[in-house]
Design a protein around this ligand. Structure first.
Ligand code: SAM
Length: 234
């Protein structure tokens, strides 16, 4: 497995709360070894993946459970934006009627309730896939300072689970996002949605954490995987 590190600077002027997610989408697409024509994007959001695709597509199916995100996705004749929740069995049943030859998902599957269920369901489509999943090392120092358990799964357990269903290449990338001040850093956490909007600290605890947190930067770790389902070999 490859391991890489990247540094970025947060630019509040541009209101760029998705600076890391945009980098992740760019890398995920640029590392794909094929140029599929019919893509399914899980947790498509406002279209970061679609925006990175430079080749002609027959169809692009973006699925998300946030209607507000879907409304902001690029629209075109070959794009379908569909409401769907990847934690639900019915969601994968519905997808059986859709036509796609590649599955992509960036910065979304860390929020799956049951990753084994999602991997198993994805493998059943028997198409290659490229996924980027945030890991437990995201906000590492922040969690340690707050003496909280990380919300997300660690890369080892994601890989172990993925190996049951896929033959894949894996790459772990650490990102560091620098801020001008701690105030800006905490504002970013609140507004960017990277915490999954799971308010685990109350106002007093957040204030104490702001004082104790030793950096003006945040860590992120993302597992990139590019795979073909195991049954392709049989
Ligand atoms: C951080 S955003 C990433 C969006 C986009 N893929 C990108 O790369 O910028 C995560 C997206 O996953 C969606 N999402 C989270 N849980 C989901 C679920 N259970 N089913 C469908 N979409 C989900 C969110 O609504 C959000 O749009």
């Amino acid at each position: 497995m490859k391991v890489a590190q990247e540094f970025s600077r947060y630019a509040p002027y541009y209101n760029n709360y998705n600076v890391i997610q945009n980098k992740v989408a760019k890398k995920l697409v640029s590392d794909m070894r094929v140029k599929p024509k019919k893509i399914l994007d899980l947790g498509c959001g406002r279209g970061a993946i679609y925006n990175e695709i430079s080749w002609e597509l027959e169809s692009f199916l973006g699925v998300d459970f946030a209607k507000g995100m879907l409304e902001q996705h690029p629209q075109a004749k070959n794009i379908t934006c569909k409401y769907g929740d990847f934690n639900k069995e019915a969601f994968f049943e519905d997808l059986k009627d859709e036509n796609f030859d590649y599955i992509i998902s960036a910065s979304a599957l860390q929020w799956s309730d049951d990753l084994d269920f999602v991997f198993k369901s994805l493998a059943s489509f028997e198409v290659p896939l490229s996924l980027a999943i945030f890991t437990c090392k995201t906000f590492d120092t922040l969690y340690k300072t707050a003496k909280l358990k990380p919300l997300l799964r660690c890369s080892d357990s994601i890989i172990e689970n993925a190996k049951v269903y896929f033959d894949a290449s894996y790459e772990l990338v650490s990102y560091t996002l620098e801020f001008e001040s701690k105030k800006e850093l905490f504002r970013y956490i609140k507004r960017s949605g990277v915490s999954g909007n799971r308010g685990v600290l109350d106002y007093k605890q957040t204030k104490a954490l702001m004082q104790e947190y030793p950096h003006k930067s945040l860590e992120f770790e993302v597992l990139f995987m590019h795979s073909i389902p195991k049954m392709f070999f049989f």
